[in-house]
Design a protein around this ligand. Structure first.
Ligand code: WT7
Length: 672
């Protein structure tokens, strides 16, 4: 069976019901439609028809039109070793030249590429020419250290012009980067360095967010001191604050010393279209994160097409995607997509609530942002904050520059959608509710802002050429109105190519035999509207949680808990939360007797901090409950579906006849 074995489908039925009953339809505004690149549903349907008629020809045409190839491709899709699909395989390109050099000769050289706003609201910017020069110097610096095509480089940097330059510098010399989000712990960083076999870490002295400084360099030191990172030769440190850091003279180098005196030009290294541009680790249903491997050609193509299709990007737009470069959204919609399209964009170091919850709206007003892309969790927390402090409400700001809004990372509930539409978009901006995943490389199901009528809470229809469908466990198509597994039946250019070091896990996780072995299994449930065929995503079907749009595996958190010497056993479940989507509830059995009262509170606190340190503060359980045991079947399997009910403080109505130890349920009902 595919997916979670013990999930009760009725669990999130109330949400599904509210989506199903959503009747409101919002047509894209007429003036938006008139000026959009894809204007009207007929234009959308014509593109779908073109893809249908000549699938490979469709993508080949777009790849020729959008990408500057140093060697044109003659092969289109190679499915001979499916599901290890290859696109445009004999073509060669350099992704960094597609993001930078092309703009030196097309009139964009003096156009602003990046406008950086620091946590304390200091603003600086670079033009395309300046960014090109910075990246070339950085690339020459890396070359001088012996970093070569095919080497892996870990980037553990804050949101900054330097962080984006680091990614592009790697791309320029054909090195494969792996960005690790600055919130991840030393242990998570160490695991990723080892799995990727990285030769260098690019980091900063500190990261500044919300008025607080996080010592990135010290965390890198701690990761390397844990051992096993023998492939690392150098640590490059960008000086963000100038505060003290430890320096190991044989290993560490300041970024400014590395680039000082380097030439502002660097011959790009052409790579094959399938060359891994990057590896990005994400959570799966086992304890070990998966290194999602992406290509160069197909990935770049998708980043450009979706900027044009879903965001209708225009030369005069001021674009802002609030994601961090540590996530896939920051790869595709901060670094590669916008730059390849020659956009002007905001790069923000801080958080939405500092110095107050009006920060986003203040920035939209000051920078005259026209396209704004953020996560539902941010919107929901700003709704709450604006109720508590009306000065931070969007109505207090001039947001008239906005013409398009985007949402990403989790389902957006209709209430949050309506608030965003009315209060931020002034009822004149379409909302692109973009469904996608680390593995898909870019948007796959999303409304086209100048075409698709929008329904709050639905990501609407697949992009042209995306063969999305809802199927049952055996891979049979389900009729509209019936919930099932979300799949994509044909390969597309920006799809995941492999799991780094683990091709077996790649085929098992994404192309299960039950579905025929070549259909992509997204890992989400979905249901299509009976009349419109619109998709609504109903949540993960595996043991993956979505906390504030961040993806975490329950198994990962469980392994972190049992790594603590006092813990015997742990089971982690998600609990619905109004702001963060889900929150983490952990059920723990200690090696000693079950703690109660203040003792339990103290241990729960200790364990919460332990998990934050082992993985990341994002993974810190909201709640920990202790039992003498966990509810198990006679064969010893933990009955997580019961734990999900207990976490919600609901009465257990399910059949518990297969439960070995029903008495345990009473203990676990007691929250700390
Ligand atoms: C999971 C992927 C997409 C880039 C950022 C997160 C959920 C994402 C939506 C949406 C409903 C969504 C899914 C998906 N998700 N966008 N618009 N509507 N659910 O990437 O960390 O790989 O997480 O996020 O569950 O599988 P990710």
């Amino acid at each position: 069976m595919v997916g979670k074995q013990d999930t009760e489908p009725e669990e999130n039925m109330s949400d599904i019901e509210s989506f199903k009953q959503e009747q409101r339809v919002f047509d894209p505004p007429a003036d938006f439609v008139a000026n959009a690149a894809i204007s009207g549903m007929d234009a959308y349907r014509a593109m779908c028809a073109e893809a249908e008629e000549d699938y490979e020809g469709f993508w080949a045409r777009l790849a020729q039109q959008n990408i500057q190839w140093t060697k044109p491709f003659t092969k289109r899709l190679d499915a001979s070793n499916a599901p290890f699909y290859k696109w445009f395989e004999d073509g060669e390109l350099n992704v960094a030249t597609n993001c930078l050099d092309r703009h030196l000769t097309n009139g964009n050289a003096d156009k602003t590429a990046l406008i950086f706003e620091s946590d304390d609201a200091k603003v600086s910017s670079v033009t395309y020419r300046e960014l090109y020069e910075r990246v070339c110097k950085f690339a020459n610096g890396l070359k001088s250290l012996g970093v070569q095509k095919g080497d892996r480089v870990v980037i553990y940097m804050p949101m900054s012009i330097e962080g984006i330059s680091a990614m592009l510098a790697c791309a320029r010399i054909g090195a494969t980067h792996s960005v690790v989000f600055g919130g991840f712990s030393a242990k998570s960083l160490q695991e990723r360095i080892i799995d990727a076999g990285a030769v260098a870490v690019l980091t900063a002295d500190y990261q500044v967010r919300g008025g607080r400084q996080l010592p990135l360099k010290a965390i890198v030191d701690e990761a390397l001191d844990m051992g096993g990172c023998d492939t690392i030769r150098k640590v490059i440190v960008y000086q963000r604050t100038g505060a003290d850091v430890n320096f190991n003279k044989d290993r560490d180098l300041w970024l400014h010393d590395l680039v000082d005196g380097q030439k502002a030009e660097c011959e790009p290294v052409p790579v094959g279209a399938e060359h891994p541009l990057f590896i990005l680790y994400t959570s799966g249903s086992t304890g070990k994160p998966k290194g999602v491997q992406h290509s160069s050609g197909g990935y770049l193509l998708w980043s450009m097409l979706t900027m044009k299709w879903s965001f209708d990007i225009k030369p005069e737009d001021i674009y802002w995607c609030t994601a961090d470069i540590g996530w896939i959204t920051g790869h595709t919609y901060v670094t590669y997509g916008p730059l390849a399209c020659g956009a002007t964009q905001i790069v923000f170091e801080g958080v939405p609530t500092y110095p107050n919850a009006g920060r986003f709206w203040d920035m939209v007003q000051r920078h005259k942002i026209s396209i704004f892309y953020t996560a539902p969790t941010a919107i929901r927390s700003l709704i709450k904050a604006s109720e508590a402090d009306p000065k931070t409400h969007p109505r207090e700001y001039d947001l008239s520059s906005l013409r398009l809004l985007g949402s990403v990372g989790e389902p957006i509930n209709p209430e949050a959608w309506m608030w965003y539409y009315k209060n931020v978009g002034g009822e004149r901006c379409p909302i692109a509710d973009t469904f996608w995943q680390t593995e898909t490389g870019g948007h796959v199901i999303t409304p086209l802002p100048g075409a698709t009528p929008m329904v709050p809470g639905s990501c609407t229809l697949p992009l042209p050429g995306i063969a999305a469908a809802v199927v049952d466990d055996a891979g049979h198509d389900l009729p509209n109105g019936k919930g099932g597994l979300l799949v994509i039946k044909k390969p597309w250019p920006s799809m995941i190519r492999n799991i780094w070091n683990d091709p077996e896990r790649f085929t098992k996780s994404y192309f299960p035999q039950e579905l025929g072995g070549t259909t992509y299994l997204a890992g989400d449930g979905a249901i299509r509207n009976e009349e419109t065929g619109y998709f609504t995503i109903t949540g993960r079907i595996d043991d993956v949680l979505n906390i504030s749009g961040h993806r975490l595996g329950t198994a990962e958190i469980e392994s972190a808990l049992v790594a603590n010497p006092i813990v015997a056993e742990a089971a982690v479940v998600g609990k619905p939360d109004d702001t963060t989507g889900e929150s983490i509830c952990a059920f723990v059995v200690l090696k000693r007797t079950r703690p109660e009262g203040d003792d339990a509170k103290a241990i729960a606190k200790e364990l919460r901090e332990w998990v934050a340190k082992e993985i990341s503060p994002i993974a810190r359980p909201r709640e920990i409950r202790f039992g003498d045991n966990l509810p198990k079947t006679r064969s010893g399997k933990i009955m997580r579906r019961l734990l999900r009910v207990i976490a919600k403080d609901e009465e257990i109505t399910q059949d518990i006849s297969t439960l070995e130890n029903p008495a345990i349920l009473e203990q676990l009902k007691q929250a700390q």
